[in-house]
Design a protein around this ligand. Structure first.
Ligand code: HEC
Length: 135
């Protein structure tokens, strides 16, 4: 009986340890600060944006979609009028390429896991790889 209890305890603690390793919370917390500093003025504190001006970040094909496309968007911004899930927005988004790789990874992990979104984390390596291809 003792052996079983010890085994269960060992497994439980090991699982907890693994969970902590893959936990994205620290990145989300840092990303929130980046968001509040650089993105909130346009996309608003609830990520809902401003109708016809700045798009929502809630479950858009960009925010929770392909990570390369999302990283490229944030690095380059846009002055083109691009339909976002069928809607147009009159404001422009300036390139956010002054942000460090880690700041971009954190802010994107934050927006992909806020405003009702649930999507995988963005890593520093992924941002670095895309930045190397974006002029
Ligand atoms: C000056 C206002 C402004 C700021 C600041 C800004 N954005 Fe945007 N963002 C926009 C506009 C406007 C668009 C849509 C442009 C278009 O339709 O052509 C957009 C589009 C996006 C999109 C793609 C469309 C969507 O809704 O999913 C993402 C993702 C995004 N922004 C993330 C960010 C992040 C992250 C930051 C901060 C690092 C940021 N933005 C800062 C105005 C802004």
């Amino acid at each position: 009986m003792k052996k079983i209890i010890i085994t269960i305890l060992v497994v439980a603690f090991f699982s907890l340890y693994l969970f902590a390793q893959t936990n994205i919370k620290p990145s989300v917390n840092r990303g929130k600060i980046v968001y509040e500093t650089y993105c909130l003025t346009c996309h608003q504190d609830d990520g809902a944006g401003v109708p016809k001006l700045n798009p929502t970040l809630s479950n858009t094909s960009y925010t929770t979609g392909d990570k390369k496309k999302l990283i490229t968007w944030v690095l380059k911004g846009t002055t083109d009028k691009i339909a976002i899930d069928g809607k147009f927005y009159s404001n422009n988004m300036a390139p956010q390429n002054y942000l460090k790789d880690e700041e971009i990874a954190d802010v994107l992990t934050y927006i992909r896991n806020s405003f009702g979104n649930k999507a995988s984390a963005v890593t520093v390596a992924e941002v670095k790889a895309v930045r190397a291809t974006v002029k």
